[in-house]
Design a protein around this ligand. Structure first.
Ligand code: PLP
Length: 343
């Protein structure tokens, strides 16, 4: 029964394919807290190499990689500059305050994207009244911004501001591969621009668990103790890392298919009388606003009854996400469900 459900809530809902499970079964493992797991090491090195960064740290979740990075970059009485709807602020349980004792400077972005001028204006002067600005954190693709991609030129301008003020620059790259595939930008350009990058393997790449934090050798060395205190030191984690390696090898280019299907969903929605607005579809997220006469709860209940799941994303806002487990046949089914509601 559950297999007949078309689950568009998130790209985290994918289940490993038989080929991925086979790669996991074959993994050579050791105790990763003793740094003796060859598959974890291979995943950390492979991910770092792709971005031209020195080292990686395998963690259970993207929340953990982001929060470890923030903890390692900041200190209490300091402040993190980020976009006001960024995942690190909105959806990580207030972890910046809890783990790092740091404040946040929240900037309004254009679909999640900040400009260098905005960032520079938010840097605190040195003054006894103010927290010190200790980190600038960006998100690409931007989740709440509807899977929007940053322009490389703007990222470079922000990096220039960060360097001039000697402030580290972190990227929440939970969906960075979606951005790379959609824009044709190179991973190594991101390694030049950002000091640290968090990459999720359990979103569009389809691994069951895991994220990798990337940075310099010295930075990653420092983060190992923070991961341990958060309870993220895993033992024979190579079985999970093997899924990540498999995902990097096989599931990056196919993100194009998710993007094509998301665009299709976007245009179907655009044509429905009960839809007020669809955010531009750049990658695999489709965020849209319902008209006032179609309450979100009613819309979601109708979809559920038709075997389609979606997420509520704020008042009258809905999010559809395409992923590895959504194919063209399912898309046709969703299309007919959406059209039927209008008739
Ligand atoms: C999903 C996500 C994360 C990490 O989420 P986990 O569920 O903790 O792996 C971080 N940032 C963004 C933008 C995300 O969408």
């Amino acid at each position: 029964m559950t297999d007949s459900i078309i689950d568009l809530r998130s790209d985290t809902v994918t289940r490993p394919t038989p080929a991925m499970l086979d790669a996991m079964f074959q993994a050579r493992v050791g105790d990763d807290v003793y740094e003796e797991d060859p598959t974890v090491r291979a995943l950390e090195q492979e991910t770092a190499a792709r971005f031209g960064l020195e080292a990686g740290l395998f963690c259970p979740s993207g929340t953990m990689t982001n929060q470890i990075a923030i903890k390692a970059h900041t200190e209490p009485l300091s402040e993190v500059i980020c976009e006001q709807t960024s995942h690190i602020y909105l959806w990580e349980v207030g972890g910046i305050a809890f783990h790092s004792g740091a404040s946040v400077a929240l900037l309004p972005g254009e679909r999640g994207r900040l400009t260098a001028a905005q960032v520079e204006a938010a840097i605190r002067p040195v003054n006894v009244h103010y927290p010190t600005t200790s980190l600038i954190s960006l998100e690409n693709t931007h989740n709440r911004g509807g899977g929007s991609c940053h322009e490389l030129a703007e990222l470079e301008a922000i990096a220039e501001v960060a360097r001039r003020h000697r402030i580290p620059l972190h990227l929440d790259g939970a969906r960075i591969f979606n951005a790379l595939v959609a824009t044709g930008q190179q991973a190594t350009e991101y390694g030049r621009i950002f000091d640290t990058i968090s990459v999720c393997l359990s979103k569009g790449l389809g691994a069951p668990v895991g994220s990798v934090l990337l940075g310099s050798q010295a930075f990653i060395q420092k983060t190992k103790r923070i991961r341990k205190v958060m309870g993220g030191g895993m033992r024979q984690a190579g079985y999970l890392a093997a899924a990540g390696l498999y995902a990097l090898e096989h599931n990056v280019e196919r993100l194009r298919d998710d993007h094509r299907r998301a665009r299709q969903l976007g245009s179907i929605l655009q044509a429905q009388p009960y839809v007020a607005e669809v955010l531009p579809v750049e990658t695999n997220l489709v965020i849209f606003r319902l008209r006032p006469d179609m309450p979100a709860e009613k819309f979601l209940a109708y979809l559920e009854q038709e075997g389609v799941r979606a997420s509520s994303f704020g008042p009258q806002m809905i999010r559809f996400v395409t992923h590895l487990d959504i194919d063209d046949t399912m898309l046709q089914r969703v299309e007919s469900v959406l059209r039927h509601l209008a008739s």
